[in-house]
Design a protein around this ligand. Structure first.
Ligand code: GTP
Ligand code: MG
Length: 215
């Protein structure tokens, strides 16, 4: 006769506060937006990824320290031109954005700059924007120099990382840096979602939902 045993998770619940932010990824098709998200959320990479249709939604959590956890609600938008008109729906109320280009395609940096302009004109004025030069593993095919992109990012007030979804270089660093830039002192005056800055500070012990922790 077989017997079964119920195994209950012994993992300790993290203490402290959970802050939740809406993050949107924008950029030309095939620059690697979905691949960056897949690396960040599942630590995986596909050599052959299907182009995104509409948008995809994922979540991931980062523990900044024992008392502070940031949960990103991530909207991975489709870069194909035919989906461009949908973008405002995803960047509206976004707290942060990752605008991605491909270091081997100079036109993708031009496209990234136009997304940054649109965000700066039309998104929440407090939005934190990061520029990600992806595919840094393809350095032999590089056409966008690091210094050029860094200078642009400095001038436009953006965080800047060169990343590789393939090798995982700087992917966690990118999202962690964004998390640290978010207004975590909002906890003193947390607001309900959908109003103002749209940040939420909640007790982790009362809100332990899905998604792993990238810590
Ligand atoms: P859309 O959904 O059409 O907007 O494209 P996307 O920006 O989401 O690009 P996606 O993540 O689908 O990646 C496009 C292609 O680039 C895929 O074949 C990926 O395997 C490849 N790719 C993504 N990131 C990297 C990277 O860091 N290095 C290399 N070498 N290839 C990458
Ligand atoms: Mg995609």
């Amino acid at each position: 006769m077989s017997s079964s045993r119920q195994v209950t998770s012994q993992q300790p619940q993290p203490a402290g506060k959970l802050f939740q932010f809406k993050l949107v990824l924008l950029g030309e098709s095939a620059v690697g937006k979905s691949s960056l998200v897949l690396r960040f959320v599942k630590d995986q990479f596909d050599d052959y990824r299907e182009s995104t249709i509409g948008a995809a939604f994922l979540t991931q959590t980062i523990c900044l320290d024992d008392a502070t956890t940031v949960k990103f609600e991530i909207w991975d938008t489709a870069g194909q031109e035919r989906y461009k008109s949908l973008a405002p729906m995803y960047y509206r109320n976004a707290n942060c954005a990752v605008v991605v280009y491909d270091i081997t395609q100079s036109s993708s940096l031009d496209k990234a700059k136009s997304w940054v302009k649109e965000l700066q004109r039309q998104a929440d004025p407090n939005i934190v924007i990061a520029l990600a030069g992806n595919k840094s593993d393809l350095s032999a095919r590089r056409v966008v120099e690091t210094e050029e992109a860094q200078a642009y990012a400095d001038e436009a007030g953006l965080l800047f990382f060169e990343t590789s979804a393939k090798t995982a270089t700087n992917v966690k660093e990118l999202f962690t840096c964004i998390a640290k830039k978010m207004p975590l002192d909002m906890l003193a005056n947390p607001r309900p979602r959908g109003t103002g800055l749209n940040a939420r500070g909640v007790d982790l012990n009362r809100d332990t939902k899905e998604s792993g922790c990238a810590c």
